[in-house]
Design a protein around this ligand. Sequence first.
Ligand code: HAM
Length: 406
Amino acid sequence: MSNTIQSLRGMKDLTGTESELFIYFIENASKIAQKYGFSYIETPLLEETALFKRSVGESSDIVNKEMYQFIDKGQNDVCLRPEGTAGVVRHFVEKKLDRAGGTYKWYYYGPMFRYERPQKGRLREFHQFGCEVFGISSVYEDANIISLIKEILDFFGIGFTLKLNSLGCADCMPKYKENLVKHISNFKEKLCEDCNKRLMTNPIRVLDCKVESCKQLLENAPKITNSLCNSCNNDFEKLKEILDFNNISYEVDSNLVRGLDYYNKTAFEFVSSEIGAQSAIAGGGRYDRLVEFLGGKSTSGIGFAIGIERLLELVKIKEKKEDFIYIGVLDEISLNQAFEVAIKKRKTIKTHLEYTPRGFAKHFANAQKLGCNIVALIGEKELNDGTIYIKNLDTKEEENINLGDF
Ligand code: HAM
């Protein structure tokens, strides 16, 4: 039996090109969020389990089946965060910002944990980049958030479809749920086991069941978009108008209910057809009652999160790759000189210094392995005439130049 230890199922190390892309994404997404007036927030990875039960909802799959939950040494019921919104709302209420009034905009990124069945695009530890806004009820902010996500996806050259829905409010949603349950009662027993459970806990979740027979049975189900109260309907119409006016395309999908229970009014998902079955790159919406659910004073909220792993599948680095210099020596006596050159070069350019003396070919191979594009070598000859040998690995050009010109 092997005694090596491997990473847990659905969890992976981030290294090499992937980790470079990760940093590249965070830097640029952060800049865009900052341009929209967001500032950075970091909340703990571990929170009280009750936080997620009261926000994401006890009927959601996330809380029901997917939490990394345990009792800590102080007998506290805690869990690794399955998403980022709840922690930010907890902070907002804890700091009494609901009482202070005003608007607050935060962005965050980091790992989230869900004990799901791993598959392509679905991990147990994954990373999100998210934004949350408090204190703005205007539907223009819904459009603003959508525009922010679009700007991030556009920056990285990612194609997407925006799916849009309105989930109504405390006035119209309960009536809609009643109608839906009434409609379904005729063929309830034909729905899958999960749908039957959902009917008891949160009936609208049957609308996004992936089982083909359920989908067919629900084809003629009443649509929430036809049951909205005046206020929700006006907001939804206005949102569509703003998006149309700003050339942001969308598809209304009245079956888009989201897997978290805290949403009302606007709900959306950005999906891509290029990453397989787990097609949602980003999701979010309005959560005007969540602050209350967590014991605060009623405050409007809206936000989104991008799944970084799914997005990175699609990212093409836009900027030209930076130079990466490899400095090597052909003999031991040249190392002092090379060390001094490397320290100077690193002030402006990413530089690797190789300590082991080697021949030309071995240095080239090593440089390539490290991802360097320029090789600079010093040997006895170069030491004596004050030069350095340079080879550009992309163009294959090579020359000896004065050390001072390097
Ligand atoms: P969510 O739709 O559950 O929303 O997750 C957002 C994104 O995280 C998804 O669109 C997907 O790209 C990524 N994601 C989710 N689960 C996994 C997984 N198991 N493996 C890889 N990627 C995954 C939320 O989490 C909300 N907190 C978003 C939000 C913020 N709503 C308002 N504010």
